[in-house]
Every structure is written in C-alpha cells, then in structure tokens.
Design a binder for this molecule. Structure first.
Ligand SMILES: [Cu+2]
Length: 184
C-alpha cells in the first residue's frame, strides 16, 4: 500500500498549487517612508500574506520588499513559537534535482507521493542564506520563487487570521509585519 496519508496528499496538493499559480506581475513600488532620505532605510514590506495550512504541516509566507534607498538583504525570518517551530528563507526552482534542500523536513514526506509524476512538473526548493533587495528596486517573494518557509505549524492557519512575521536584514534592522492568512 503506497497510498499517501491524507495530510501528505494535502501537502502535495498545496505544492502543486504553488506551481500552477501564475506568478504575480511586478508590484508597484510602495511609497517612500516619511524619513526615506537616508540611504540605509529598512526595505518596506508590501502585501505580506501566508498560505492557509493545518497544524502539524508547513506553510509559506509571501511579500514584496522595496528599497527606497540603498540596497539591503533579507537574512533571516522568524514567527512566534505558538505559530510554528521554525521559519526559513527558501527558493523554489523548476529543477528536478533540488530535493537535497528537503533534508530533515519531516513534514514534507508527502512529497514522495509526487515522485514519478513528471507530467505536472516538480517543485523543488532549497534554503537560501539571503535574499537581495536591490537599491531603489524591489524583490518579490511569491509562489514559485523566493518564499518564507514556515515549518511544523503549532496551530491551524485559517483564512482571515494574521501571523506576525519578523524579518531581519543584513543592515541589522528588523521589522515585524502582520501577514494575512489567505487561501492562495
Ligand atoms: Cu520552501
């Protein structure tokens, strides 16, 4: 019996959904903060959201970072422990060989169920050390690309809730945003 457990199927379905969702167009840059005159302004966080998921599983957060001044880089992320055990910076790629990044991610065991399903495309992702925000530009964390991986959820994430996500930058600055839970 190779039938995946129901929760494993759900993870696979969510992963597949992430692949199928069209990439959002580039968002308009946010307006500069009031004190945007300095070159080391913390990047602005635009439209943060988190995908609906069940306790015990994984989720992902998406947002756009806009640097009105000098560039910066997102170097770490965290969520409260009553939300999930861990958050990581990840990048999804279209390759078939990136599964090494999944080491230790017990919650992703269900991805095995997608092995051999080459016809629908395979999502692979890996942890990244940083996500660059170009000076005067922006970078989008969106389905199919960079994302904040949220591992081992302590509770259900239901549509309409918000999750505080803390972003720390190479400059040393950190900011916490409330990401809205959406079906995706
Ligand atoms: Cu991920």
């Amino acid at each position: 019996m190779n039938r995946p457990a129901p929760h494993a199927f759900l993870v696979g379905a969510v992963a597949l959904l992430a692949v199928l969702l069209p990439a959002c167009g580039s968002d308009e840059p946010a307006e500069a903060p009031p004190d945007g005159s300095t070159s080391r302004t913390t990047p602005a966080v635009v439209d943060p959201w988190v995908r609906v998921a069940a306790a015990g599983g994984n989720s992902a957060a998406y947002l756009t970072l806009t640097a009105s001044g000098g560039g910066d880089a997102l170097v770490s992320v965290s969520v409260p422990t009553d939300v999930a055990a861990e958050a990581q910076l990840h990048e999804t790629t279209g390759g078939m060989d990136g599964m090494d990044g999944m080491d230790g991610m017990d919650g992703m065991d269900g991805m095995d169920g997608m092995d051999g399903d080459h016809s629908s495309g395979m999502m692979s992702m890996q942890q990244v050390q940083e996500i660059q925000v170009p000076a005067g530009g922006s970078v989008s964390l969106e389905p199919g690309g960079f994302h904040v991986m949220i591992l081992d959820l302590a509770r259900d994430l239901s549509e309409g809730q918000t999750v505080p996500v803390t972003l720390t930058f190479a400059s040393g600055a950190s900011t916490t945003v409330d990401a809205e839970v959406r079906a995706g």
